[in-house]
Design a protein around this ligand. Sequence first.
Ligand code: PLP
Length: 366
Amino acid sequence: MRFPDFEMERMQSAWEHRVRYDLSESGVEAQTLAEAARDLDALGGTRLGYASGTGRDVTRSLVAEFHEGATAENVLITTGTSEANFLALATLIEPGDEVIVVMPNYMQLHGIARGLGARVREVWLREEDGWRLDRDALRAAIGPRTKAVCVCQPNNPTGQVLTRDDVRAIVAAASAHGAWIIADEVYRGAERDENESPSFSGASDRVIVTGGLSKVYGLPGLRIGWLVAPAERVTRAWEMKDYTTIAPATLSELLAEIALSRRPALLKRARFLVNERWPILERWAATHSRALHWTEPRAGAICFFSYTWPVESIAFSDALIKGYSTMVVPGAHFSAERHLRIGFGMSPATLRSGLAAIDRLVTSLG
Ligand SMILES: Cc1ncc(COP(=O)(O)O)c(C=O)c1O
């Protein structure tokens, strides 16, 4: 089993604590421990033994509440959305299976599928159509050999959202061939308006939804995620989890319960932050309107720009890191050359300084 390099995560892992202005981050600004705990003293008596392998019933029920048709037995608490994605595919895919990935996409499911020996087929959202799904292309791609269709809803890197009709069309096409849907919904709840993105949960009996606290809730450091699926899939994932992380981190799970029981307040916080900070990025982009093209993001704290500057995206991001201590994600990491993903969920001061650094790099390109 050989996994391809996960290029974006390799870059972020190497640089996110070394650059001064990290605009590669895709979630909203992180909460402090005191904010997350509400009452820090109350945690003092927690005994730091192993947590329950599946996650506690109370945590599972809190997650089930915002997944249509789910109860606690349909939920496995994981170490981040990352582990949920890994377990979802690793318990489903055999070498030679076909996996469809709706692109562009956070490349984790894509890389895991290839690592497991699957053949990956890409179906691209249409950039010229505001990154909308081409339903005909998707229907044409799914066939009897398709084991799973992977989608990111809302989408990373574009910040766009599949409509209810898109969700229905994907479910119908997958069901017609008995294929599973793996929907990474880690950005669901970070919409800029109050309409939560349509979820795949409950849409058929072959759906696995993954998510976590890293983006919307501002708690990536807790490393808490979940997998929501038919009970038999949860059991399979739990069995494999014996080999990966055994159980969630006890303290993180307690803080997760606090966050999940305050879900409406934390979604409001996320909405406030993305709406406060998107205009900063949008105003900056407008000053480069001859070189940049973009579709306004609907969810998440990221925008995916195409550009006409005379440099490839990896050279651009390398120059930005090494010359200006600033990081954005090169489009090449999403197989989309001449694009950049720029985050806007960080503090306005960091965002403005990082954008000023990009200005200086662009000026130097002549
Ligand atoms: C779509 C998507 N899924 C999963 C992850 C990883 O999430 P977590 O920190 O919960 O493991 C990310 C992080 O960028 C992401 O963008």
